[in-house]
Design a protein around this ligand. Sequence first.
Ligand SMILES: Nc1ncnc2c1ncn2[C@@H]1O[C@H](COP(=O)(O)OP(=O)(O)O)[C@@H](O)[C@H]1O
Ligand code: SF4
Ligand SMILES: [Mg+2]
Length: 322
Amino acid sequence: MSNPEPILEVRSLKKYFPIRDVFSRRVGWLKAVDDVSFKVRQGEIMGLVGESGCGKTTLGKTIIGINQPDSGQIMFESEDIGRLPRRQHRRFSRHLQYVYQDPGASLDPRWKIRRALHEPLIIHTALTRAQRDERVREILRAVGLPHAHLDLYPHELSGGQQRRVGLARILTLQPRLVILDEPTSGLDVSVQATILKLFRSLQQTFDLTYLFISHDLSVVRMMCHRVAVMYLGRIVEVGQTRDIFDNPRHPYTRSLLSAIPQIGGRRVSEEFLLEGEPPDAGNLPGGCRFRTRCPLAEGVCVREDPRLRTLADGHAAACHLV
Ligand SMILES: Nc1ncnc2c1ncn2[C@@H]1O[C@H](COP(=O)(O)OP(=O)(O)O)[C@@H](O)[C@H]1O
Ligand code: SF4
Ligand SMILES: [Mg+2]
């Protein structure tokens, strides 16, 4: 990788939601993101995996400022953007974009594609009409849409084309970090492959860095340079994609991997089949939060919360037994 500097560094980030009773009194905290630290390097595709409800979306939304963090730091290009007043945050926000499952769904049905793509540039940049035209043309080409589509309305496009316009709209602002949140869920496998290829080529064309959120491990394996595995608000393992898939160390990662069909590669032992649901995020077990489902749990796991510990270069896990 040409530039190994982190573009994003999250330090001890916490985002808790209040749990209220019927009288609106706070009776506890739901620890959606609970002391999360990691780095993403410039040009990297960093995967974030874990079961539904483990805090992936909350983490993504806190990074880009939709959620206010409760504590911790969000260093974007060496500036802590976690606590900036809204007006100052706006300086950074165009460089940090969040892509929802279907970015095409947010297009205004009354606007032609030309207007949808020019609008962000009018609001956020001082480009002239000719310069805007040039950028829109370049991006349209990059997302694989013909120029003639500029004169159409969203309803005149297919779902896949709308999705491409949605992506184009995000790219007009030249983001540096793009958070893709379950970008392929709900798509047919064949469409999924096309979209993943598009993400790859856009990443190279525009020198983007991705935080790629997914619960689909096979997609993450295909797309990401590194992977962070989340369980109930924590990162429990992080490493190079190859290390995570070929040599998973945390019992939770091993469980997740044993749940996906293995094509060729190593089969993870049956003892790691994941059973049951995660415990209530508003009422976490003491000690290791995976202990209620962990086949290896022992005394120390009840008493002590394991910290993320480096095992080898760039590979870390939070488990007392590894
Ligand atoms: N705005 C909110 N208010 C209260 N609880 C929330 C809110 N957003 C998410 N949560 C809770 O935080 C936890 C993590 O949710 P989420 O980040 O959406 O997980 P994921 O994206 O991994 O499925 C869940 O228990 C969810 O119910
Ligand atoms: S610390 Fe204990 S309970 Fe937690 S993952 Fe490791 S072995 Fe399992
Ligand atoms: Mg989510």
